[in-house]
Design a protein around this ligand. Structure first.
Ligand code: BEZ
Length: 211
């Protein structure tokens, strides 16, 4: 069965552009994002890797380690890193897994045979400090991911792991959040000293609690 939210993120030890690495050890006590690429030397993937390198400080701010994967060999990755620098101006500053035997791709269900027998889809897995899967997204090979959206989800996940809240449609960091449905009005008053606005008994907005 496919991996589901709340499942433990399978661990693995694998060769990467930063040397051999154990996934859980690499993540340490923080958050992690594992994302797959269909193939080396492909245009969309090249733009994505440049963008993740550019955003590295944003992931660092969120105590989040990123790690990419492509089912090509380490020598191919090393050559591609040079192309990524030429094409995007970015130096790869996180590990890229060389999954040529598809161990990790199979563990995480990154190959969807009815899309392609050989290439991975564009999977994204967000892993929490407890090593449990907090988000999975799958994009087709032809669509580059929006990493601003992935940062946005990370902000929501991290906030809701600290406070009894949920985030509404199109929410961005700094905007009002929704009081958790499990809280009575009395409990909400206690938890959220800035108060809340009640639109419906089940829909209550409060200013972002950590701002
Ligand atoms: C790309 O990254 O551009 C790509 C990879 C595989 C299939 C189609 C596009």
């Amino acid at each position: 069965m496919a991996l589901q939210l709340g499942d433990e993120a399978p661990n693995f030890t694998v060769e990467t552009t930063d040397g051999t690495l154990n996934f859980h050890e690499y993540l340490g006590d923080g958050w992690g994002i594992l994302f797959s690429h269909p193939k080396d030397f492909t245009p969309v993937c090249t733009t994505e890797l440049g963008e993740v390198a550019r955003l590295k400080s944003e992931f660092d701010k969120r105590d989040t380690k990123v790690i990419g994967l492509s089912v090509d060999a380490i020598g191919s990755h090393a050559d591609w890193v040079g192309d990524i620098k030429d094409a995007t101006g970015q130096t790869l500053n996180f590990p890229l897994i060389a999954d040529s035997d598809r161990t990790v791709a199979n563990l995480y269900g990154m190959i969807h045979p009815n899309a392609s027998d050989t290439m991975t889809v564009r999977s994204v897995f967000i892993v929490g400090p407890d090593k449990k899967l907090k988000l999975t997204i799958t994009y087709p090979a032809s669509t580059g991911r929006n990493f601003q959206e992935i940062l946005r989800v990370l902000d929501s996940l991290q906030l809701s792991s600290k406070f009894p809240i949920a985030t509404p449609v199109n929410w961005n960091d700094g905007e009002d959040v929704i009081v958790g449905v499990g809280l009575t009005d009395e409990e909400a008053t206690e938890k959220f000293p800035k108060g809340f606005t009640k639109i419906k008994p089940y829909l209550r907005f409060t200013p972002q609690p950590n701002r």
